[in-house]
Every structure is written in structure tokens, then in C-alpha cells.
Design a protein around this ligand. Structure first.
Ligand code: ADP
Length: 181
């Protein structure tokens, strides 16, 4: 757990919360663009036992920490419970979220409004997805990978390997999904 004292000197800090089950290039793109605006981004992985995940919190942490190991301005952490309580323990004033389609909007709007009602000091900043990743979600990545389809180029190589291990697929296998599969 990251405490307030640890990021006192960090300047502008944003918290990017999510399930990251698993991390995709869509997420990474948001982090990279946010680093143009913020001095630090805390990628906060929700450890939510009610939401069933493919990867355990430890696996998600390990993947994200490895992927961002050479990016010192990104801190990978996890949290349990209310996001606003977690944010209060850091110096972040901004929650960062990504938006892909109008279908994301309603849920995100409710969450941002609820979080602002819980803590009026806290704002949520939305970044639009990039054209290359508007169709990328952790859910579809899991679906495609689980059926043996290639997700190369949509998630980091480490995630490709971990998905294959999870679904017990040969690590070298590359298969495109066709209509008659
Ligand atoms: P959650 O379960 O909290 O929605 P996700 O890991 O699915 O967590 O997503 C975290 C955030 O990243 C959300 O705001 C989501 O809209 C955003 N996001 C996910 N995929 C993309 C993408 N391809 N482009 C932009 N934003 C994305």
C-alpha cells in the first residue's frame, strides 16, 4: 500500500484504477499519454473479490510491475475497498479513466459522480481511446485468447504468454479465428 508520505514530492499525481485483467495496450496507451500531463501515474489494480477475474491479484500485479519496470513515473499498486479511501491515502487529486465507446459512458459517468459525491475534492479525468485500441478490452482479449485466437499486438508479449499458460495453449501456437472455427 502506497502511503501519503511516500509520494509527497511527486508533483501532479493521477490514479488510474481498474481491474487490468489483463493489462492491454489500450491501458498502456492511456498511461503513456497521461504521463504527458501528470508527473506520476499510479496504476491501482482493484482487488475486488466480488468480481471474478481470470488472473489473481498477485498475477496482475506481477505482470503490470514487469511491464512498467523501466518507467519510473508509473507506480503499480493494488487496493481493496472503496477507491476514494485508497486515493485519500495518496496525494493524488485526479482519477484517470479511459473511454472507448458511448457504452462506456453511462457506467463511467455514474462512477465519477458517485466518487465526487463521496469526496468533492476528487475529480475524474477521461481520456479517449486511441484509434488503434478502441476495440480492445480485457474481456474480449480473454474471450479471443481462450478460443486460441491471436491477441498479438493488442497486449504485451508477457501477457500473451501468461494467457497461453492460463488457457493451457501451446506457447508457440498462433491462430487467427475464422468464421468456420
Ligand atoms: P474496470 O473493471 O474498472 O472497468 P478495466 O481494466 O476494464 O477496469 O479498465 C480500466 C479503465 O481503462 C476503464 O476506464 C476503461 O474504460 C479503460 N480502458 C480499457 N480498455 C481501454 C482501451 N482500449 N482504450 C481506452 N481505455 C480503456
Amino acid at each position: 500500500m502506497l502511503t501519503k508520505g511516500e509520494d509527497n514530492h511527486m508533483g501532479k499525481v493521477a490514479i488510474y484504477p481498474g481491474s487490468f485483467d489483463p493489462l492491454t495496450y489500450g491501458h498502456i496507451d492511456i498511461v503513456e499519454r497521461a504521463l504527458e500531463i501528470f508527473d506520476k501515474v499510479i496504476l491501482a489494480i482493484a482487488n475486488n473479490s466480488e468480481k471474478s477475474s481470470l488472473f489473481t491479484i498477485e498475477e496482475r500485479l506481477e505482470m503490470a510491475k514487469t511491464i512498467f519496470q523501466d518507467t519510473p513515473n508509473v507506480i503499480v499498486d493494488c487496493f481493496k475497498g472503496l477507491l476514494v479511501d485508497y486515493v485519500a491515502k495518496t496525494n493524488a487529486k485526479v482519477i484517470l479513466r479511459g473511454l472507448r465507446a458511448t457504452s462506456d459512458f453511462e457506467y463511467e459517468f455514474h462512477m465519477a459522480s458517485m466518487n465526487r459525491s463521496l469526496n468533492p475534492q476528487l475529480d475524474t479525468l477521461f481520456m479517449m481511446t486511441s484509434k488503434d485500441y478502441f476495440f480492445v478490452s480485457s474481456r474480449t482479449i480473454k474471450e479471443v485468447a481462450g478460443l486460441g485466437g491471436s491477441v498479438d499486438g493488442l497486449v504485451p508479449d508477457l501477457v500473451v504468454r501468461r494467457l497461453k499458460e492460463k488457457f493451457k495453449l501451446p506457447v508457440t501456437k498462433k491462430k487467427q479465428i475464422g468464421w468456420d472455427d
